[in-house]
Design a protein around this ligand. Structure first.
Ligand SMILES: [Zn+2]
Length: 328
């Protein structure tokens, strides 16, 4: 389980939570709001672990009984609400939160409830929760995590301190992947660039086999497009069109490769390339096509990414794109 020191970025949020602990002004309810993968759960875990730590400091000590229990998922004063259905209903909230909150902590000064996906709470469940957070036991802290703030009732929101999670600088993500996850720099750099500043997404990209395979497919396409016959182009179109849910990621990867080509063409420097392991192919492409052409390719990729959200004929759109890439 994470401690504050393990978190990448979000320095201001950590400072705010630590100040609350230091000044003994911890609120009873917080809403952590941000996109999936933005680090809400890691922050909730770190905050809970710190509140429950026997040392009572602003950073979990990592060695006391409570910290050890938190690490192994057995801290009795830390409760994570489990969702079994599509929504989080009133019975789950009563069983796992509101009744339980009346029981004093076993061994800590606080009792912490983490309600992940709080935007899945039914209105009834939110009202049940509201009663408890309006008159909370002094030791109780509720951490609600949500992607959509508007899914919560105004009455619930008014009782919560809202903390918004924004994307983290990709440089910090890259450093984290290299230092903490021991990933080679080109993998870290790629994953950080594709993550859009979402650490969870970066880890997924950096360590998932699907992502690695997609990257290989993209490289095969952009490096060999000139030599492909019409039949091979059709084959490529079918291959990418079939991966609908990650097609937008694939287009991103292609566009970033072409951005590298443009960057190299302008600077003649390989040190800034995102695909640093692909400099030869990038240099070759830079020699072959004009700025206008390369920029045109990037623009078309961006446009197609937008159009995928609408009802576009994917195969036809990809074929047009690939044929445009192939021309001089
Ligand atoms: Zn501790």
């Amino acid at each position: 389980m994470a401690s504050f020191r393990d978190i990448v970025g979000h320095e201001q949020i950590i400072r705010q939570l630590q100040n609350g602990i230091r000044q003994k002004k911890v609120s009873h309810a917080y809403l952590f709001c941000g996109e999936t993968g933005s680090g809400k759960r890691l922050m909730a875990d770190a905050f809970a672990k710190t509140l429950l730590c026997e040392a009572g400091g602003i950073e979990a000590c990592g060695t006391c009984k409570s910290c050890k229990q938190a690490e192994s998922g057995n801290q009795p004063d830390l409760r994570a609400v489990v969702r079994e259905k599509a929504s989080l209903g009133v019975s789950e909230i009563r069983e796992q939160v509101t009744s339980d909150a009346q029981i004093k902590p076993y061994s800590s000064a606080y009792k912490v409830y983490i309600i992940d996906e709080a935007d899945k709470l039914t209105e009834e469940a939110q009202n049940a929760l509201l009663k408890t957070i309006e008159e909370p036991p002094e030791y109780a802290v509720f951490l609600l995590l949500a992607t959509k703030r508007e899914a919560l009732l105004p009455t619930v929101l008014s009782r919560c301190v809202t903390i918004s999670f924004y994307p983290v600088e990709t440089g910090k993500i890259r450093k984290f992947l290299m230092e903490k996850r021991k990933l080679p720099d080109y993998v870290a750099q790629n994953a950080a660039a594709f993550s859009g500043g979402l650490i969870g997404r970066a880890i997924l990209f950096a360590e998932s086999e699907d992502f690695f395979n997609l990257r290989q497919d993209v490289l095969t396409l952009v490096k060999n497009i000139d030599a492909f016959s019409m039949a091979e182009i059709t084959e490529q179109v079918k291959k990418f069109a079939a991966q609908k849910e990650i097609l937008s990621d694939a287009l991103n990867m292609m566009a970033l490769w072409y951005r590298d080509v443009l960057l190299y063409k302008a600077t003649r420097n390989v040190n800034f390339l995102l695909y640093s392991d692909e400099s030869e192919a990038i240099m070759a492409r830079a020699e072959k096509q004009s700025y206008e052409k390369l920029q045109g390719v990037v623009d078309r990729m961006e446009q197609l990414k937008q159009r995928l959200k609408a009802n576009v004929n994917t195969e036809m759109a990809l074929e047009l794109l690939f044929l445009f890439m192939k021309e001089d």
